[in-house]
Design a binder for this molecule. Structure first.
Ligand SMILES: Nc1ncnc2c1ncn2[C@@H]1O[C@H](COP(=O)(O)OP(=O)(O)O)[C@@H](O)[C@H]1O
Ligand SMILES: [Mg+2]
Length: 258
C-alpha cells in the first residue's frame, strides 16, 4: 500500500472573477520526492503553490498537505511547511543575522535555538563574515540560498520553493540545486516551480503547466521516452507549441511570425 501522499490535490481550481488561474488540477506527491511545476509566466504555478501553503482559498476541489485540509486546516499547514515565495522574502534592511533571528522568532524557536541555528547556518552558507552585512548588499544567489535556509529554520518536512532561482546565473542555479538534493536526501519533500528547462531535468517528477492546467506529468526520463525526444525543452515546445518560456513574460499570447 502506498503511504499517504504529502501533497495531494483533486480537481483543484482557483478562479479570480471569471478568469480561471488554476484549472482542475490533480496530483499526488510522496515524501522525499523533488516535484516540479514547469510553466511559462502566468501558467498558474504561484496560484497553485499558494493554495497548497494555505495562503489562498481554492474556489473548488480538494487539497491536502501533510494530511491537513487546505480549506479547514491552513494554520496547521503553515506550521508544518517551509515556503520560499517568488518575491524575495527576507528583509533587505536587516543584517543577515537579524533576518535569521527574526524568522527564528516567528517560527517560535527559543533564544538558545536561535543562537545555535544562526551560527550553524552562517557556517554552512560560509556567510560568517557577512553576519552584520545588510541583506540588501548580498549577491542575489547568496540571498536566495539564505532565504532557503531561513525557510527551513523550523525543520519542516515539506518545503515549497516558488521560482527560487529566478534571475540567477546557471552556475549559482546548479549550486542551489545541490542544496535541494541534500534536502530531499534527508527525507524531506521539495515542491519547486521553475520556468528554466535545465531545472526541469533535475526534478524527480514534474508537471508541465499551461494556462492553469497540467498538460503532462511524469519523470523526465519517462516523458522523453514517451515523446521520443531528448530534452524537456523539446517536450515543452512539442506540447505548448512555443519556444522556451524563460524570459518571455507573455509566451502564451505571443506569436512567432510577426
Ligand atoms: N489575485 C489575482 N487576481 C487576478 N488574477 C490573478 C491573481 N493572481 C494571479 N492572477 C492571474 O492568474 C494567472 C496565473 O498567475 P500565477 O499563478 O502567478 O502564474 P505563474 O506563477 O505560473 O507565473 C495570471 O494570468 C495572473 O495574472
Ligand atoms: Mg509565479
Amino acid at each position: 500500500m502506498q503511504p499517504e501522499p504529502v501533497v495531494y490535490a483533486e480537481h483543484l481550481s482557483k478562479r479570480f472573477g471569471s478568469f480561471t488561474a488554476v484549472d482542475d488540477l490533480s496530483l499526488s506527491v510522496q515524501q522525499g520526492e523533488i516535484f516540479g511545476f514547469l510553466g511559462a509566466n502566468g501558467a498558474g504555478k504561484t496560484t497553485a503553490i499558494r493554495m497548497f501553503c494555505g495562503l489562498l482559498t481554492p474556489t473548488s476541489g480538494i487539497a491536502r498537505v501533510a494530511g491537513f485540509d487546505v480549506h479547514t486546516e491552513a494554520r496547521k499547514i503553515k506550521q508544518t511547511i517551509g515556503y520560499m515565495s517568488q518575491k524575495f522574502s527576507l528583509y533587505e534592511d536587516l543584517t543577515v543575522a537579524q533576518n535569521i533571528e527574526f524568522y527564528g522568532g516567528i517560527y517560535g524557536l527559543s533564544r538558545a535555538e536561535i543562537i545555535d541555528k544562526t551560527n550553524r547556518m552562517l557556517e554552512e552558507l560560509k556567510l560568517e563574515e557577512r553576519r552584520h552585512t545588510l541583506t540588501r548588499s548580498l549577491p542575489l544567489g547568496w540571498k536566495q540560498r539564505l532565504a532557503l535556509s531561513v525557510a527551513m529554520l523550523h525543520d519542516p518536512s515539506i518545503v515549497f520553493l516558488d521560482e527560487p532561482t529566478g534571475g540567477v546565473d546557471p552556475i549559482s542555479r546548479r549550486n542551489f540545486w545541490r542544496i535541494i538534493y541534500d534536502i530531499a536526501a534527508n527525507g524531506k519533500t521539495v515542491f519547486v516551480t521553475t520556468h528554466y528547462m535545465d531545472e526541469a531535468e533535475y526534478c524527480g517528477r514534474l508537471s508541465i503547466m499551461y494556462q492553469g492546467r497540467i498538460i503532462e506529468l511524469g519523470k523526465p526520463g519517462e516523458l522523453k521516452e514517451k515523446y521520443g525526444l531528448k530534452s524537456m525543452q523539446e517536450i515543452f515546445v512539442h506540447l505548448v507549441g512555443e519556444t522556451e518560456p524563460a524570459d518571455k513574460p507573455n509566451i502564451i499570447s505571443s506569436t512567432e511570425n510577426g
